[in-house]
Design a protein around this ligand. Structure first.
Ligand SMILES: [Zn+2]
Ligand SMILES: [Zn+2]
Length: 335
């Protein structure tokens, strides 16, 4: 089978490998659609602690069951499926307290290698985070289950109310998915970004306002400040600036992860006297995945609008070259 390996930063090779074998409690999926993501891009540009190099990469996908272990129930060969690449253990101290997204071994059994013709689905995922793809959902829409699960989790952490005015900073896939989920809940959302094309996509899929700068962005609230701000860029400078865009008593959700060891320094008065709440959000619980699945099934979201272009697996480097130049939102790798 063909599989894309990330060899080192800025170098992907498509290699030929034998089709992997499965255990009795696993499933082999023939990948039909895989999507590029911001995490993949980070790994491509500078390496990523959770994505070993050289090694397979890609984690947003959907496909068809090619082979099924004897011990697997609820699925059969030939079923079209949509899934995510991790699932919690259920036994660690975090899982026992219900913090499944913070499971101690979440990344141990993480499945990488969506940019491949076949991928083995681990038992944890088969049991908790794999679903039947409805016939009226395309494989490329089904591949959004993983990023959308992260967003569903983030929205719960943010806890928006209908009266809120929310500012999303960043027009990458995360910002644009956040926008769609918040709009599906009837919240007022402005989007701030630097890229004209991506801002026009934000406008097309439902942003109430789009802005190029923080000064302009405050207009939507008549200078009052946003009730909530979501940082979706993963840039230190934006993390620092975000707290000046919320009103007193507002919340800033720091959603775009920064490299471990990065230090951010805030004005204490802003946090204490102005009662700003800073929150982080990471990954998702099985409950979030189920909700994301229902959202995709509802067809309320314009997921295909976020796919800039399609490539074959042999052309995968082209997709990442474009992403590294800031071109495009997500690319579909068709298999
Ligand atoms: Zn992703
Ligand atoms: Zn656990």
């Amino acid at each position: 089978m063909k599989t894309a390996y990330l060899i080192k930063p800025n170098k992907i090779e498509v290699i030929e490998k034998s089709i992997p074998s499965i255990q009795d409690d696993e499933v082999l999926v023939r990948v039909k659609a895989a999507l590029t993501c911001g995490t993949d891009l980070k790994a491509y540009l500078r390496g990523h602690p959770l994505i070993p190099m050289p090694g397979p990469f890609g984690h947003e996908f959907s496909g068809v069951i090619e082979q099924i272990g004897k011990g697997v129930n609820g699925f059969t060969k030939g079923d079209a499926v949509m899934l995510v690449h991790t699932a919690p253990c259920g036994n660690c101290s975090y899982c026992k307290r219900g913090f499944f997204n913070l499971c101690d071994t979440l990344t141990k059994d993480m499945m990488l290698g969506a940019f491949s013709e076949y991928i083995v689905v681990k038992n944890r995922v088969v049991r908790q985070n794999m679903f039947h793809k409805p016939a009226d959902i395309d494989f490329e829409e089904a591949a959004f289950l993983e990023p959308l699960s992260c967003i569903v989790h983030g929205v719960k952490v943010l806890c928006p109310s209908k009266e809120d005015k929310i500012l999303l900073i960043g027009t990458g896939p995360v910002g644009l998915l956040f926008l769609q989920v918040l709009k599906s809940m009837g919240v007022s959302v402005a989007v701030m970004g630097r890229n004209k094309n991506k801002l026009s996509v934000a406008e097309k899929i439902g942003a109430d306002r789009i802005y190029y700068s923080a000064e302009e962005a405050l207009d939507f609230t008549e200078g009052f400040g946003y009730d909530k701000v979501v940082e979706c860029t993963g840039e230190k400078e934006i993390w620092l600036r975000a707290i000046y865009l919320v009103r007193k008593g507002g919340t800033v959700l720091l959603f775009g992860g920064l490299k471990a060891g990065t230090e951010v320094c805030y004005d204490a008065a802003r946090i204490h006297y102005d009662e700003i709440t800073l929150k982080g959000a990471f990954h998702y619980n099985p409950e979030d995945v189920k909700e994301a699945y229902e959202l995709i099934k509802s067809k309320k979201l314009k997921l295909k609008e976020l796919i800039t272009d399609k490539f074959t697996i042999s052309e995968i480097s082209l997709a990442f070259e474009k992403l590294s130049r800031g071109e495009g939102i997500k690319y579909l790798i068709q298999l």
